[in-house]
Design a protein around this ligand. Structure first.
Ligand SMILES: Cc1cc2nc3c(=O)[nH]c(=O)nc-3n(C[C@H](O)[C@H](O)[C@H](O)COP(=O)(O)OP(=O)(O)OC[C@H]3O[C@@H](n4cnc5c(N)ncnc54)[C@H](O)[C@@H]3O)c2cc1C
Length: 408
């Protein structure tokens, strides 16, 4: 008897990657997307080396590299003194990985590429304008309801992946708490073609510590050279969206950061609420969560989508085996592996990254900056630092986890 399709809610990069992984194993899938098409989404860009290794298993690394910027190094700066405190060079990982670099490739490029690959796959059905509104399940399968422009429609499948983002309808429908907290301040992101490399000596990835207003400054490839620079700043919780995003306030913030004497050209401006949350479980029965629907974190260190890609590759492989008849306990293992590192590693690391950049106490700041100078000056300590920041350590930790009774 033919088995039912696997259903996937959300055509973000994580849902589309799950779909590609499953169709490559001969499994039919339907992807349900709320929007009428994919959009240019100026969020993630930093793709870490461990993630490049995973993307390579699906043949996607060359595309990401060709459509992004290869960033071998990253800098830490101290904003009040203007000192470049540390330089980390991924070349130190040359014996650890085929990919000793980060690639700055916008997430929408990966999504569009995945869409074009999936459209050629007869086993994949991609439905836009299909916002998932409800989910029910029993021991035989899952039923999904979508509120389409033509009215509600129901779909049946063998399993459901909820990859429908941080506000996941699927997570709410299966009643899984999203544990953690939300920062009072939001992060504002400005995108400009102004060249911070030529004019300021920045590399493509810069973390800038400041007790008053830290900043992350990154270059992305955009659609054409010379590319674009994105600057991320914290904002005052008492200011309204309009105030933060107004021209006057945007120009004042950028001019204070690096005075130009003329207005900055700003091509995008976005304001984000920032959460640190992990779902209490990544699966319930036949419904499994992946990507932002399972975990969200602040973007300092660029770990959100990277973690989501690690989920997608891990889950694609395990759910494929379950669909082909292996034990459903593989879903329990997926939960154990990915939820453990989401909590122990990504949450811990990103909260720490933010604390360090914004530290106000002079002694704490001095200690952090001195630590960075020392680590970056010692090749073996720098290599270990990058095995962690490049997400090899979390990947290894996840892969070492086995089911409790299997360890006995
Ligand atoms: C400013 C900023 C910078 C960032 N930078 C980085 C970075 O450099 N590196 C990094 O790793 N991460 C970064 N992130 C995090 C990254 O953007 C997210 O982790 C990533 O988008 C998660 O992908 P996803 O596919 O899980 O979810 P999403 O990208 O949110 O996709 C979810 C999809 O589901 C759809 N959807 C929602 N509800 C429904 C529904 N009811 N039915 C059907 N479809 C639905 C949505 O329309 C969307 O297409 C950044 C985030 C921010 C805010």
């Amino acid at each position: 008897m033919a088995k039912d399709r696997i259903l996937i809610a959300g055509a973000g990069p994580v849902g589309l990657l799950c779909a590609l992984s499953l169709v490559k194993q001969g499994i039919p899938v339907t992807v349900f997307e709320a929007m009428d098409s994919l959009k240019d989404d100026p969020r993630a860009a930093t793709t870490h080396p461990a993630t490049l290794e995973l993307l390579d298993t699906l043949g996607l690394e060359p595309y990401v590299r060709e459509h992004g910027l290869v960033a071998e190094i990253f800098h830490f700066w101290d904003r009040p003194t203007g000192e470049r405190v540390a330089l980390f060079d991924h070349k130190l990982l040359k014996n650890d990985t085929k990919f000793p670099y980060v690639v700055q490739c916008e997430q929408f490029k990966l999504s569009y590429h995945l869409q074009s690959l999936l459209e050629k796959e007869p086993l994949c059905e991609l439905l836009f304008d299909h916002p998932v509104s409800d989910v029910t399940q029993d021991e035989n399968g899952v039923t999904l309801t979508c509120d389409t422009p033509k009215g509600p429609k129901s779909f049946k499948g063998s399993y459901l992946i909820g990859s429908d983002g941080g506000r996941s309808r699927v997570r709410k429908a299966i009643d899984v708490p999203f544990e953690g907290f939300t920062f009072p301040e939001r992060f504002v992101v400005f995108t400009t073609p102004f060249d911070f490399e030529a004019n300021r000596g920045f590399c493509f990835r810069n973390y800038i510590a400041d007790p008053d207003e830290w900043c992350n400054c990154f270059k992305v490839a955009g659609y054409a050279p010379p590319g674009l620079w994105r600057l991320v700043f914290p904002t005052d919780p008492n200011q309204s969206d309009e105030e933060i995003l107004s021209d006057a306030s945007a120009q004042a913030r950028l001019q204070k950061f690096f005075p130009l004497g003329e207005p900055y050209e700003i091509v995008h401006r976005n304001l984000y609420k920032i959460h640190q949350r992990v779902a209490a479980t990544f699966y319930k029965g036949r419904v499994v969560l992946a990507g932002d629907s399972a975990h969200v974190n602040n973007p300092i260190g660029g770990m959100g989508l990277n973690g989501g890609i690690h989920d997608a590759i891990n889950l694609g492989e395990k759910l494929g085996r379950v669909w082909h008849g292996e034990t459903e306990r593989l879903l329990e293992l997926y939960d154990l592996q990915r939820r453990t590192v989401a909590t122990e590693f990504v949450q811990e690391q990103t909260i720490q990254n933010k604390k360090r950049l914004e530290a106000k106490d002079p002694a704490t700041r001095a200690k952090f900056l001195q630590e960075l100078r020392e680590i970056s000056g010692d090749p073996e300590r720098a290599r270990k630092f990058m095995l962690r920041s490049g997400m090899f350590e979390s990947l290894r930790r996840a892969n070492e986890i086995v089911l409790p009774d299997a360890a006995a």
